[in-house]
Write a protein that binds this ligand. Structure first.
Ligand code: FES
Length: 155
């Protein structure tokens, strides 16, 4: 009788790019691990696309309604197929960042006055996405946005 196979826990896994999954050790292991890993990623998004890609390809596109972004908080959104976080540190101050964690690519989510990665607990600032704690090596990529009428738009 064979030993049961360990199932990766969410804290032990991270989103991998398709490239990483395809080049993982063993095709079958890559698919199995990739399937579990990708469940932590936003569905239908491409973690390989950078914030720069969004800034270039989505200029002028509305991201969210300003009223949907709480002052002192953030909301998750998607622009050009990329998961983003729109933050509002102050009434008239908004920012947007790629939600793809710089550690291992999990999707970062709004937290209590911060941005949080659910995989290994990196915490990022609302104002500049700088790393406050955790293993992430760099801030989240910034996407230039501005308030235009009732919306937050890519500038
Ligand atoms: S993927 Fe490890 S902290 Fe985000």
């Amino acid at each position: 009788m064979s030993e049961p196979t360990a199932v990766p826990r969410p804290a032990d896994t991270a989103c991998r790019s398709r490239r990483q999954v395809l080049h993982g050790a063993g095709a079958l292991a890559g698919v199995v691990v990739g399937g579990g890993v990708l469940a932590a990623c936003a569905e239908g998004t491409d973690p390989d696309r950078s914030a720069d890609d969004v800034s270039t390809s989505a200029a002028g596109q509305a991201v969210v309604a300003l009223e949907d972004v709480p002052v002192g908080g953030a909301v998750s959104a998607e622009v050009a197929g990329v998961p983003v976080l729109v933050t509002r540190p102050a009434e008239d101050e908004v920012h947007a960042f790629s939600a793809v964690c710089t550690h291992q690519g999990c999707t970062v989510t709004p937290g209590d006055g911060v941005l949080e990665c659910p995989c290994h607990r990196s915490v990022f600032s609302l104002t500049d996405a700088s790393v406050q704690s955790g293993p992430a090596p760099e801030p989240l990529g910034e996407i230039a946005v501005e308030i235009s009428g009732a919306d937050v738009v890519v500038s």
